[in-house]
Design a protein around this ligand. Structure first.
Ligand code: NDP
Length: 419
């Protein structure tokens, strides 16, 4: 029995909310609040008469802490699930802290404006000290650790698929299969086809920023940074087939490096087709991926936001996308003194997701874990005060709920490794 405030009503939120409604013993009441209230109302209408969860809606600008605080005080939720954008992480955490309610999200903080002087100074210091230059990192949210602990509340960071399930897979591998893990390769394969020459399958701004950034991996206690898309491998994914994949920086590398004792190397690979890469390079070369405003006919526009307005809305790709995703982790390490390797992955079918919730598999594979993380926090099955990533809790209940709520996983012994 719980009351949860969900912030955002985009692709991921729409799945998370429908999954919360499937789990109505835990989620008895939900308030969907977002910038565009019409989207919240439309989803409420779609679910009317079909679910037991009592749904209300609200308008909120999550960039404004005061608006969030007022809404939380009025609705009095046990937890806030942030499935808006990473830009809003800190304002929502501030509001949760003030109102003493638990917080869950799916992506770590990054600023909307990367030219903002205070952020930029901290960023440049971090690039120099840690050696990776992605715009996002955990430092901003980890800084809330003591404050959340003192307030007696929990922040669960990164409960999507990657980060999220990939980190739970890691905790599960360590608990049940290894005495020590030496290497982790996280492989994110989207074998789906939406039929457009170019579209992103989650928020274009966040997606394009991530993909156009330098790649990096963790090795022997430090970061190794490489040029964007400069490390390419081919892998034969179960149920999808052979795909080219590229090494990217990804946020769970940072938390796993901190939380998995003795891990020697962590890499993240994502598959991309040549058409996607060619379009992205072209857009980047002409300046369309820039987040800095330009003056156009007397008004400021941000190129990447303008591009977002032109691209298909990821929430509308569901009906057109066919094929499967395969996301998982290959682990090597030791058990009882012997070398061991396993691959834990989930395969998700775009059209099956569409039939069930009207979304493609990328929103689905993120929305389901967002619901699961929230369910474990509000039901107190995961109960620690402070700021945590998912691998810091017992993985077993999460793994069970993945099977139950549409993301079954496979453990394959002796997989082919990535060289
Ligand atoms: P969308 O762009 O589809 O949805 C974002 C939603 O947030 C929209 O409803 C938007 O409102 C709302 N929003 C944006 N700004 C504000 C604001 N200031 N106040 C209130 N609401 C706001 O994004 P996705 O659903 O694709 O992604 C959601 C999150 O999931 C992102 O943080 C993304 O990084 C993360 N993600 C995580 C993954 C993982 O595996 N961990 C994978 C994929 C995504 P409006 O309708 O007005 O635009």
């Amino acid at each position: 029995m719980s009351r949860v405030l969900v912030i955002g009503c985009g692709g991921v939120a729409q799945v998370a909310i429908q999954k919360c409604c499937q789990n109505s013993d835990v989620f008895t009441e939900i308030c969907i609040a977002s910038r565009t209230k019409e989207k919240c109302d439309a989803l409420k209408e779609k679910l009317k008469g079909r679910v037991k969860t009592e749904i209300t809606t609200a308008k909120v600008d999550a960039d404004k802490k005061e608006e969030l605080v007022a809404l939380i005080k009025e609705y009095k939720p046990e937890a806030v699930l942030n499935v808006a954008l990473p830009y809003q992480d800190l304002t929502i955490m501030d509001a949760c802290l003030e109102c003493k309610v638990d917080y869950i999200d799916t992506a770590n903080y990054e600023p909307e404006d990367i030219e903002e002087p205070e952020w930029k100074a901290a960023y440049e210091k971090r690039c120099k000290e840690l050696g990776f230059s992605a715009y996002f990192d955990y430092s901003w949210q980890w800084a809330y650790g003591e404050k959340f602990k003192e307030a007696g509340i929990t922040a669960l960071l990164g409960s999507g698929f990657d980060p999220g399930v990939t980190s739970v897979f890691t905790a599960y591998a360590l608990k049940h299969y290894f005495d020590e893990i030496d290497t982790i390769d996280i492989l994110d394969c989207n074998g789906g086809d939406h039929g457009y020459p170019f579209a992103t399958n989650f928020n274009p701004e966040i997606n394009l920023r991530e993909v156009s950034a330098k790649g990096s991996y963790w090795e022997n206690g430090s970061w190794v940074e490489v040029e964007p898309m400069s490390i390419k491998r081919e892998y034969d994914f179960p149920q999808v087939g052979k795909k080219d994949m590229y090494l990217l920086h990804h946020e769970e590398i940072e938390s796993l490096a901190k939380n998995i004792p003795g891990v020697k190397r962590i890499r993240f690979f994502m598959t991309f087709g040549q058409s996607y890469l060619t379009h992205m390079k072209c857009l980047e070369n002409v300046g369309m991926l820039s987040t800095s405003p330009v003056l156009y006919e007397g008004r400021e526009i941000v190129p990447i936001q303008f591009l977002k307005a032109l691209l298909p809305d990821p929430a509308t790709l569901g009906s057109r996308t066919v094929g499967k995703t395969n996301i998982g982790c290959i682990f090597t390490g030791k058990k009882d003194g012997k070398e061991k390797k396993i691959y834990i992955y989930n395969v998700c079918d775009h059209q099956e997701c569409y039939k069930e919730v009207g979304s493609q598999a990328i929103s689905y594979t993120t929305g389901v874990p967002a619901m699961i993380g929230t369910a474990l926090i509000v039901s107190k099955k995961w109960d620690k005060k402070g700021v945590f990533t998912v691998e810091e809790f017992d993985p077993d209940p999460y793994m069970e709920l993945l099977n139950e709520y549409g993301l079954p996983w496979v453990v394959e012994e002796n997989p082919i490794l990535v060289d």
